[in-house]
Design a protein around this ligand. Structure first.
Ligand code: BZS
Ligand code: CA
Ligand code: ZN
Length: 441
């Protein structure tokens, strides 16, 4: 009797506990769970650290480029304003220049059910474990290599996925790069999705099977391991963008990898020469350890004098955009970028955009940048290059840190676009009806 009652009590206690855990997070937020006391150092970092601001009255690409020229990173383009990331000191400077800034809530300050935390995403170590698990599960399709080390000594890996993966075959190669900017964690999930989905669907899905038979796909899941770790390790996102390489003569840390590539580096006011800037271009092209690792890997794919990689996507967040070169000029055509080159970029870009619902445009339609990966891929390597800005769209509060439950939907959303690029990668000029002119063997 007693035992049974006890048993019953235990059961109802368990039920109560389950119910308590089932209460939506939003309801818990009103009960204000006790916050862990922050150390003074943490408090100082939060107060001095970067956050987002909306800047009013910035509505054209010329206005945006002028703002970008001051060294702030533009995170989001709205109709008549932009969202930037700045430290309080940088925000003060912009206000003194006459800009109108409104601070936006930071990660963890939204206090609503959608707020995400680092546990929503794979950490660097968890990503590496996941890749190892896939490679073990699909040894015929997937192999992994360390292509170099980050500034702090972490492995940067490339995963190859193709039938007969251990042989370097004569197939067009396609490269997907991810997580160049530390806080853009959704893009690492994108890489893991692609590995998982392509391996699992080989021999089942006809398009995927054909592409793994006829292309060699390279995936670099993170180009910025140090930044990723730094952004996640405190248990609270830090809004970090750059790498974690120190800069001599200043306590300001980091180079913007997407301003550090060696094509018209620093040419055009599309990056900053100041180490404290979010878009610091570094002291010289490829000075960033990770920039050089990625560029060296791409150069290593020149075999018999021919670059094997024909097409590339660099995954970023956010804005739901598909961008193509050049970023350093507003002009549609420029040295090394003919009308046909531009039209083929635009044709395949637009076709991918029809598949995922993003907006296709030349990257300088946002604002001028120099030293970006896309300009280097095309300008220096003749690789058709796209930057995807993933979920969410501009104006959406999820920003850089969407909740974990959108990851499945927002990564699967790009399956069709990736297949379109792979299918075009043997002759990008077919998209403009010029296969005979450009792609004769
Ligand atoms: C981002 C935005 C990205 C950048 C925009 C961009 C894309 C610039 C392609 C140049 C080329 O950080 O996600 O500013 O680096
Ligand atoms: Ca090959
Ligand atoms: Zn980015």
């Amino acid at each position: 009797m007693r035992l049974r009652i006890r048993g019953k009590r235990t059961t109802s206690a368990a039920v109560l506990l389950t119910l308590a855990l089932a209460v939506p997070l939003g309801a818990q937020a009103t009960a204000a769970p006790p916050k862990e006391p922050a150390t003074t150092a943490e408090q100082a970092e939060r107060q001095d650290g970067p956050r987002q601001y909306e800047v009013a009255g910035v509505g054209s690409r010329a206005h945006r480029s002028a703002l970008a020229r001051t060294g702030v990173a533009i995170d989001e383009v709205r109709d008549h304003s932009v969202v930037i990331t700045a430290t309080p000191a940088q925000a003060d400077r912009l206000r003194k220049l006459g800009h109108r800034l409104t601070a936006l809530p930071g990660p963890g300050e939204r206090g609503d059910i959608r707020a995400a935390g680092p546990a929503d995403y794979h950490s660097y170590a968890q990503m590496m474990d996941a890749v190892n698990t896939y490679v073990q599960k699909y040894p015929e399709l997937m192999s992994r290599q360390v292509i170099g080390k980050s500034y702090q000594g972490r492995d940067i890996i490339a995963v190859k996925i193709s039938s007969n993966v251990r042989v370097d075959e004569d197939k067009p190669e396609v490269l997907f790069t991810h997580n160049m900017h530390a806080r853009e964690h959704l893009t690492t999930e994108m890489a893991l999705y692609t590995l998982r989905e392509f391996a699992a669907q080989y021999g089942k899905d006809a398009r995927i099977t054909k592409m793994l038979d006829e292309r060699e796909l390279w995936i670099i899941p993170t180009q910025n391991p140090d930044g990723k770790v730094y952004d996640m390790q405190s248990g609270r996102f830090r809004m970090w963008r750059k790498n974690r390489q120190p800069n001599s003569g200043t306590s300001a840390v980091g180079t913007d990898i997407n301003r550090n590539f060696d094509y018209r580096w620093g040419c055009c006011g599309g990056s900053s020469g100041s180490p404290s800037s979010q878009t610091y271009r570094g002291p010289s092209a490829e000075s960033g350890t990770e920039t050089k690792v990625v560029a060296d890997f791409v150069r290593s794919r020149v075999v018999g004098g021919k670059q094997q990689i024909t097409a590339h996507i660099d995954f970023h967040t956010y804005g739901e955009l598909i961008l193509w070169p050049y970023g350093y000029t507003y002009a549609d055509t420029a040295p090394g970028l003919t009308r046909d080159d531009r039209d083929a970029h635009a044709a395949v870009g637009t076709s991918m955009a029809r598949s995922n619902g993003y907006k296709p445009q030349q990257s300088s339609d946002l604002y001028i940048t120099d030293g970006s990966i896309g300009d280097w891929m095309w300008g220096a390597q003749r690789i058709f290059s796209y930057t995807f800005e993933m979920y969410p769209p501009s104006g959406h509060p999820d920003g850089f840190y969407p909740p974990g439950r959108v990851i499945g939907r927002e990564t699967a959303r790009n399956k069709g676009a990736m297949l379109i690029l792979l299918e075009n990668a043997d002759c990008m000029y077919r998209s403009i009806g010029k296969e005979a002119e450009y792609c004769q063997r």
